[in-house]
Design a protein around this ligand. Structure first.
Ligand code: SF4
Ligand code: SF4
Length: 506
């Protein structure tokens, strides 16, 4: 294990980036509240964030136990759902989801009981001799997805990483978004479990080493994680500068290894797999205790909430129940956000249940939001200096506004991370990220239309070829039949001739 060495702390490991006001002190120094929040009802949406639908395994009236699988998909790419409480299914109904268009989806509603215990717990389960396949299968069965926000099933990610023979595991302890401190608290409070989870991920992926990156504004996490990894020479804990967006995969990789993920490529192209500290913790829980993913630590913060804190939220808890647990909203709360303020998503309804990818709920006042009317671009170039992808945001925005989407594409809008660094720094308060999201949406629609047209063309060509082939085969069969008929007629004629000649001889 390497100690935290100042030499490994890079001053500015990538170009661009910003230093937004952190607001982390609202929650960073308070211990997280675990196993205390349990609402009367839980809402498990059967629709995954990617639109795929799960099949319910329970019916109204069924008694369920904490950790029981209640819905599953048709492939391992769809993580199963488990009940986060003991209780009874009281409804399967249409309920609001986190979709920005306020879409509803079929949802299992569980009335919870007062019994908060796990129905099963394998305290003595040994993890020392597990094989890669055993670890991967247990992760898949536990319904674990990337808790950093990506939501991709971690077991499949590990399986693909193994197939592409990744060498290095990068563990993201960056948590660069303002306000969010749940990973910081988790690292301080559960460091040994996180390190054990990283070791399990190394078994699953076959990676030879793991590099944990923690921003230098989290000294206690750096210390506890360094101590927890002190007996494992293959797990290194490094300090990285607190610079937004350090939590982005490609930028953390650059900071920790000096290597660059190719544009449009994947981390696995350079032999690296990235996972988050909370995911490593969930993996340990699944392998050590047989506990599926049924809750997660989230940050509830902002000046619009009465008691900001980090709290373990059972999956399926509605936003309104989390807010009530944290003392309610203040009178001047203006906006609720899932995630951080830079990349988060506006909460459109208090009845939306918390899903696996939600790392924070922010209640922001108008002072914190700082909404101002946008003005004309003054070509100051600050957005260019801030962009960690080396793009020219003001030019992409100008072309998007003029509906010149091909030019926006030429300028690299598809490589934009939507990190919001440019919008944050812009003195004219231009909604740059919204422009880029619009441009990306239009370009994606166009490329899907082109793909559909291409597919239709391929199908039409294949159909014509098949019809031609069938016609050729029919013709060949006809000819063969005619030939066979002719041959048979010829043989009969020859036989008759021979018969006549025989009769003449007699
Ligand atoms: S920071 Fe804003 S005002 Fe300055 S160049 Fe970029 S878009 Fe224009
Ligand atoms: S949102 Fe896109 S254009 Fe703006 S700084 Fe981030 S990567 Fe660059």
């Amino acid at each position: 294990m390497m100690s935290v060495d100042p030499k490994t702390t890079f001053f500015r490991p990538f170009r661009g980036g910003v230093h937004p006001r952190s607001y982390k002190s609202l929650t960073a120094r308070r211990s997280s509240q675990r196993s205390v929040l349990m609402p009367e009802k839980l809402y498990f949406s059967l629709q995954l964030p990617n639109g795929a639908m799960l099949k319910p395994l329970v019916a109204v009236g069924d008694v369920v136990t904490k950790g029981q699988k209640i819905a599953e998909g048709t492939s391992p790419m769809l993580a199963p759902l488990h009940s986060s409480a003991n209780g009874q299914v009281v409804d399967i109904t249409s309920h609001i989801t986190a979709h920005p268009g306020k879409l509803k989806s079929p949802t299992i509603v569980v009335a919870t009981s007062n019994d908060l215990s796990w129905s099963r717990d394998y305290h003595s389960r040994s993890i020392a001799s597990l094989t890669a396949d055993e670890v991967i299968n247990a992760i898949l069965e536990a319904g674990i997805v990337g808790l950093g926000g990506a939501g991709f099933p971690t077991g499949m990610k590990a399986k693909f990483a193994r197939q592409s023979q990744v060498e290095t595991l990068v563990i993201n302890g960056g948590e660069c978004e303002p306000y969010l401190t749940c990973d910081d608290r988790l690292m301080q409070e559960q460091s040994a479990q996180i390190i054990a989870g990283i070791r399990l991920l190394m078994i699953a992926t076959g990676a030879k080493r793991a590099l944990v990156g923690i921003e230098d504004n989290k000294p206690l996490s750096l210390e506890t994680m360094t101590n927890a990894a002190s007996e494992d020479p293959e797990i290194e804990v490094h300090s990285v500068p607190s610079l937004y967006p350090m939590g982005s995969e490609r930028h953390l990789i650059k900071a920790l290894t000096g290597e660059q993920v190719p544009l449009g490529g994947l981390a696995s192209d350079i032999g690296i797999l990235v996972n988050n500290v909370a995911t490593a913790h969930a993996i340990y829980q699944a392998l050590r205790y047989g506990r599926p993913l049924v809750s997660r630590l989230i940050t509830v913060s902002g000046k619009g909430i009465s008691q900001p804190c980090n709290v373990e939220v059972p999956l399926g808890t509605r936003v309104r129940d989390v807010i009530a647990f944290c003392g309610g909203l203040t009178m001047d709360c203006e906006r609720l956000i899932f995630g951080g303020p830079m990349m988060g998503q506006v909460v459109t309804d208090l009845d939306i249940p918390v899903g696996k990818t939600v790392g924070g709920i922010l209640a922001l006042t108008s002072e914190e939001i700082g909404d101002c009317d946008s003005k004309e671009c003054i070509r100051c170039g600050q957005c260019v200096r801030a962009c960690p992808m080396g793009l020219m945001p003001f030019m992409i925005a100008a072309n998007t506004r003029a509906s010149e989407f091909e030019k926006a594409e030429e300028l690299g809008v598809k490589h934009c991370l939507s990190c919001g660094a440019c919008s944050y720094i812009c003195p004219s308060h231009l909604p740059l990220v919204q422009y880029f999201q619009h441009a990306k949406g239009v370009l994606n629609q166009r490329s899907s239309a082109v793909q559909r047209a291409e597919r239709a063309k391929q199908l039409a060509t294949a159909k014509t070829a098949r019809l031609e082939e069938e016609a050729r085969a029919k013709q060949a069969a006809k000819e063969a039949k005619a030939k066979a008929k002719g041959k048979a007629r010829g043989s009969r004629r020859s036989a008759r001739k021979a018969e006549t000649a025989k009769e003449g001889d007699v």
